[in-house]
Design a protein around this ligand. Sequence first.
Ligand code: CA
Ligand code: CA
Ligand code: CA
Length: 170
Amino acid sequence: MAAPAQFCIFILLVKLVAVCAECPDGFTRHGTSCYTVPHVKADWSQATVVCKELGAHLVEFEDATEERFVHGFLSLHWRAYSPPEFWIAGNDILEEGHWQWASGKPVTFANWDDDQPDNGGDHDNNEHCMEVKQKDQWKWNDQECQEYRFFICEMPITDNIGGSQPGIIG
Ligand SMILES: [Ca+2]
Ligand SMILES: [Ca+2]
Ligand SMILES: [Ca+2]
């Protein structure tokens, strides 16, 4: 007797997850994340806060496939942002030259622009935050974290579902 009821609950959950898996307005889906690029500039630290307020975080490229998607998105939309320069989550704030994403995950591949990261060169020595720019074909550059840039937020879908629906299962 219990099995059919459980089966129905399972179907209900699958439908619920399917509905919840859609991205919020203004976000674009790729894989298990939703992405948005707010029309506001902020320094790198403020950008992390704004993304968090949106239920997201600064974009972290887990692999080159994800990066290619974001490049494609930026290539379609960059003209709406002036100048087209964007913060992403990479940083070497904790340890010079040790690049990681803001979550603490390691940066597992590289797409640095020529001669980057340079930490600003000899005269500067103060570049610890990662940006991508249209004029550099979206390759990575380290930049001073205090600079104002647009930024890309990423909202992992699985985190949201797990976080908001814990009581339904069981
Ligand atoms: Ca990611
Ligand atoms: Ca640095
Ligand atoms: Ca640099």
